[in-house]
Ligand binder design. Structure first.
Ligand code: FPP
Ligand code: MG
Ligand code: MG
Length: 396
């Protein structure tokens, strides 16, 4: 017995839909250039958590029993476009034999067999909830955009590790990592266009802008006199939360809304999906910023203790600052003097900062759960409630 009822196994609910995710993405990604092919697919070779697609699929199910605004066609229009996306920019690369003669032509990613069969709508017999092919495709698009942002993020953060692999920038260099990310974004955009839904196109395009805005807010750490931000009159903490929305919660909230939109849900139901996504997204990043202090790199699968070294004051530090005012000057100079990182680290661990960060994450989880009150009961709704606990208790 857990929050919201007996424990729901998300694998049983949407495991089949998630199982195909990485393969489907590969089919969206083929490039005739072997190196571009390798770099853009690289992070999909490791085990990602796929938390964004998971949430999108659960929202699809949980909103499928709620009131509808639009009757949604079961066969989605993008399936009727039959050029596989992976072949769109495949250029012809002749392989020369020893005499300099053309030996064979190579194209990659042309796995077109039975593309449509995996995209049939799926009805869960237990509670009659539905996942549409377009919602599954949305999960793939969102995972591609997320991965593109990680390729770029690892260049910006000089990260040498991701998902327990060498980071892409470390393996292939910055130039290829950046271009690989761009290619992912482009292919995600084509797939988005093929959903033929202008509202969803607008939502997801806005997410891409928000990711960049969040990253920019983080570059100029908006730090300042008397707790006020130089970009306006936000407090440092408000600025941090706004940045957190932009870099993490925007993607989750707007993709939850998009999932409901694709299902034809009413505006009210779309708002519920958005509010759930926004709050679990904020909680997710707050926990991430906490884990940066509490987990080792090996457990985390990416560099831990990275934020202070990057000059970043996240929630645990901002809370600790209230207890230890001397942190103020370190924050202001982005921990760039000898011993700053070590001193800040020590003060954060001594303070209530980590506990307060967890409590704030918990309060956002509570808001996410409350938003779901407006949806009819379903296994997916219970799973979404229980997911908030997993977000709070996660170790990686
Ligand atoms: C991870 O944060 C990074 C993000 C959530 C977003 C990064 C966004 C960009 C680099 C802008 C470019 C966007 C696109 C769509 C190409 P983190 O560094 O705190 O987390 P980490 O520990 O996983 O590296
Ligand atoms: Mg990073
Ligand atoms: Mg970063």
């Amino acid at each position: 017995e857990k929050k919201g009822g007996p424990v729901v196994d998300t694998k049983q609910l949407v495991g089949d839909d998630l199982k195909d995710l990485k393969n489907n993405i590969r089919n969206l990604l083929g490039s005739g250039h072997p190196m571009l092919d390798t770099v853009s697919k690289y992070y999909f070779s490791a085990d990602g958590k796929h938390i964004r697609p998971l949430i999108i699929l659960l929202i699809a199910q949980a909103t499928s029993l709620a009131p509808k605004k639009v009757h949604v066609k079961v066969k989605d229009s993008y399936e009727e476009i039959d050029t596989p996306i992976s072949e769109l920019s495949n250029f012809y690369i002749p392989t020369l034999d020893n005499n300099g003669e053309e030996a064979s032509a190579s194209t990659t990613g042309n796995n077109t067999s039975n593309v449509n069969s995996i995209y049939l709508p799926r009805i869960n017999e237990a509670d009659q909830t539905v996942i549409l092919p377009s919602q599954r495709r949305l999960g793939e698009i969102v995972e591609m955009i997320h991965t593109a942002s990680l390729l770029h993020d690892d260049v910006i953060d000089l990260a040498d590790k991701r998902r327990n692999l060498l980071s892409a920038n470390e393996s292939f260099g910055n130039k290829m990592a950046v271009l690989g990310g761009d290619f992912l974004l482009a292919r995600a955009s084509i797939a988005l266009a093929r959903l033929r839904n202008h509202e969803v196109t607008e939502l997801i395009s806005t997410v891409i802008a928000n990711l960049v805005e969040g990253e920019f807010m983080q570059l100029r750490n908006g730090q300042v006199e008397n707790g006020k931000n130089r970009n306006g009159n936000m407090t440092t903490f408000e600025y941090y939360m706004e940045k957190t929305y932009m870099k993490t919660a925007s993607l989750i909230s707007k993709s939850c809304r998009s999932s409901a939109v694709l299902g034809g849900a009413t505006d009210e139901v779309c708002d519920i999906a958005y509010t759930y996504g926004k709050n679990i997204g904020l909680a997710f990043q707050l926990v991430d910023d906490m884990l940066d202090f509490t987990v080792s790199s090996d457990e985390f699968g990416k560099p831990a203790g990275a934020d202070l070294k990057l000059g970043l004051a996240t929630a645990p530090v901002l809370f600790a600052w209230e207890e230890y005012p001397e942190l103020g000057k370190l924050i202001k100079r982005n921990f760039d003097q000898e011993g700053d990182v070590e001193l800040a680290w020590e003060l954060v661990l001594k303070s209530q900062g980590l506990a307060q960060t967890r409590m704030l994450a918990q309060s956002h989880c509570q808001k996410a759960i409350s938003a779901l009150d407006g949806l009819p009961d379903s296994l997916a709704k219970t799973a979404l409630i229980q997911l908030t606990e997993k977000v709070l208790d996660r170790k990686k």
